[in-house]
Ligand binder design. Structure first.
Ligand code: PGA
Length: 265
């Protein structure tokens, strides 16, 4: 099955309104009209509205970085899935390793957040990945399998196929400049796809896109995207540089043999 490649930019805690407008504008004006790569921008909550307004009617979609599991209520500092929907979000990252490591996110809270995201009609980008220590101890697959199992508990097959993207992000590769090799990524991606097939069925697993994330740059995109089970990228640092992000999108398109030329305006 041919899966539509997806490149998402995770801006993390970066960007003023002015910077957001400048980055978004540059991406919109330079992205080829016929890009077959699905492009998603995930700015921080404070500028979701701003970026969302600029993306209205455009091919680039809006995503958030996190969502609470309750729709509303006394949860100071949190943002809910219906609020994100209200702002025009189509995607929401769930279980990013920075949330797990720095903000006490657990498998149980990731499951609840993902459930809320799906229940409110958003597509979840579920992040999984091992630490360097876990990789060195040969525990990579055990860790990822446990993360998948916990987060996707109770998710129906049809829903997984329609509303799920998985992002494999080795923790040691995030923000370090040291990306996983194409072979390392493909090995884990194919294991994830096999697991998805066992959990949801082969046809569903074939349709679920699996992004790679962790120091994706223009220089390493072609190699990573040439892998059959790598369906796109979740890009952190490089997504804040429009030229680099556009180059990653173009390389993805090329690697997946979808029409996408370089800047047109
Ligand atoms: P990076 O981050 O591209 O800066 O390594 C990726 C991510 O955290 O999603």
């Amino acid at each position: 099955m041919k899966r539509r490649p997806i490149v998402a930019g995770n801006w993390k805690m970066n960007g003023t309104q002015e910077q957001a407008a400048a980055i978004t504008h540059q991406i919109l004006t330079s992205l080829p009209q016929n890009s077959q790569v699905e492009v998603v921008l995930c700015p921080p909550h404070t500028i979701l509205g701003k970026v969302g307004d600029l993306l209205k009617g455009k091919a680039v979609l809006l995503g958030a970085q996190n969502a609470h599991w309750e729709p509303k209520g006394a949860y100071t500092g949190e943002i809910s899935a219906p609020m994100l929907k209200d702002l025009g979000c189509r995607y929401c990252i769930v279980g990013h390793s920075e949330r797990r490591q720095l903000f006490g996110e657990t498998d149980a809270s990731v499951r609840k957040r993902l459930r809320a995201v799906l229940d409110h009609g958003l597509t979840g980008i579920l992040c999984v990945g091992e630490t360097l220590e876990q990789r060195q101890q040969g525990k990579t697959w055990a860790v990822i399998q446990a993360q998948l199992q916990a987060a996707l508990e109770g998710v129906e097959s049809a829903r997984a196929a329609a509303q799920m993207v998985i992002a494999y992000e080795p923790v040691w590769a995030i923000g370090t400049g040291q990306n996983a090799t194409a072979a390392q990524a493909q090995e884990v991606h194919s294991q994830i796809r096999r697991w998805l097939a066992g959990r949801f069925g082969t046809a569903q697993a074939d349709s679920i896109r699996i992004q790679y994330g962790g120091s994706v740059k223009p220089e390493n995109t072609a190699d990573l995207m040439a892998q059959p089970d790598v369906d796109g990228a979740l890009v952190g640092g490089a997504s804040l540089e429009p030229a680099a992000f556009l180059s990653i999108i173009a390389s993805t398109a090329q690697a997946k043999e979808t029409p996408c030329s370089t800047a047109s305006s």
